[in-house]
Each structure stands twice: as C-alpha cells, then as structure tokens.
Design a protein around this ligand. Structure first.
Ligand SMILES: CSCCC(=O)C(=O)COP(=O)(O)O
Ligand SMILES: [Zn+2]
Length: 211
C-alpha cells in the first residue's frame, strides 16, 4: 500500500527522465562544478527536483527528491536545490508547466553579464524563434529578461512573479549566474533551453563580429 502523498512509480519515471537529460546537458558543459538544477512536476501538489550540491554530470535516481509547491521537502531528509523556489513558483502558477531546467553554460553566463545593464537580450528575425511554443514565424521579437543575481530566493522569485505578470515568457537569465527555461514536458523545456542557448550564442558572435 502506498502511504506517500505522491505516486512512487511516477517519481521513478520522472527521476529517470531527469537523470538521462541532465547527463546529456552536463556532457555539453552546461552544468559546471555542481551547478544547475532540474525538476519535473509529479502532480498538482508535488515536483521531483535535484538534491542540492550534487555533481550534475554524475547524477543517479538517488539524487532526485520530492518537494511540495512551496518548495518544502516531502518524505525525505535530503536538502532540495537552493533554487527550488524558482522551480515551484512556476508549477504553482501554471498548471500546464511540467518541467523546469536551469543551467550555467558559458554562453548563458557571458550573455547575462553583457546584457545586464539593459535588462534584457533582444532576439529578432531568427528562424529558431519558432522553437518556442506558440510562435509560428521568425517575424517576431522576444526580449529575454536579465535579472540581478541574489542569494535571497524569495526576492528573486518576487522579481520573476513581476515579470510573469507583465509578459508571457519561456525563460530568463540571471546576471553572472545562468538561465532558467521551462515547458509543458521535458521535450518542450529542452527545446526551449537549446533554442535560448543557440540564439544567445548568435547574439554574442554578432557583438564580437560587429565590434
Ligand atoms: C556551485 S553552483 C551554485 C549554486 C547554483 O547556482 C546552482 O545552480 C546549483 O545549486 P543546487 O543547490 O541546485 O545544487
Ligand atoms: Zn544556479
């Protein structure tokens, strides 16, 4: 009999999916030095998320734990990601979001520093903008917000809420830190993450070439 407040079979399935995808993202060099965190929704009240401080390139199913949508651990003594609130705020706000991915790639980090003064990275005219759910054409523009970094997750989550009140978005940068991206499931969140990475790299190259 299951006495847990979530379905353990679903946790096992989600943990396997997080581990497989995290290993691939880590192999790309996007999770240096234990950075980054990853989560998937389990149900309307719970999410599976990486345990804090683990080497994301060597993750196993034992490195995935359950939190409620306030970010509190559920039926475990593990400590969740230091940035858990940035994941759970999205699950709590949007019932259709099923996966949140956070990485610290070189491109994401450099772009976050370079564009922090203007507060966003402007992306326009790229065919790859169609990778974002709801976009049908390259003839559109998207401003990727760049938030200040802070260790105060309540404050950071508050800034994200303000942004979400203003515009639909699939991700944001944090200055000197990395990128958050999300989607309805792992496949969509990965597509968004990879599209952000590619488009930010293009913008950095254009800055270099035009310099
Ligand atoms: C050494 S990385 C600093 C923390 C961070 O930004 C991160 O993404 C990983 O933190 P976690 O607690 O999720 O391991
Ligand atoms: Zn981080």
């Amino acid at each position: 009999m299951n006495t847990l407040p979530y379905d353990p079979a679903r946790l096992a399935q989600r943990a396997a999916e997080i581990v497989a995808n995290t290993r691939e993202l880590s192999a790309l060099g996007w999770t240096p030095a234990t950075s980054s965190n990853f989560s998937m929704r389990l149900d309307e009240k719970h999410a599976a998320i990486t345990v804090s401080g683990r080497d994301k390139g060597r993750l196993t199913e034992a490195d995935i734990m359950v939190v409620d949508l306030a970010g509190k651990p559920v039926a475990t003594a593990h400590r969740p990601s230091a940035e858990t609130l940035l994941h759970t705020q999205l699950y709590a706000r949007y019932p259709d979001i099923g996966c949140v991915l956070h990485t610290h790639s070189h491109v994401q980090t450099v772009a976050s520093r370079l564009y922090a003064p203007q507060g966003h990275v402007h992306l326009e005219g790229y065919e790859l903008l169609k990778a974002f759910a709801g976009n049908q054409t390259h003839e559109m523009a998207m401003d990727v917000p760049v938030l200040p970094n802070t260790q105060d997750m309540d404050e950071l989550a508050g800034w994200v809420e303000t942004l979400l009140d203003q515009q639909p978005m699939w991700g944001y940068l944090i200055n000197g830190h990395g990128l958050y991206a999300w989607g309805k499931d792992m496949a969509e969140a990965r597509r968004h993450l990879e599209a952000f990475e590619f488009l930010l790299a293009c913008e950095l190259d254009l800055r270099r070439l035009n310099a």
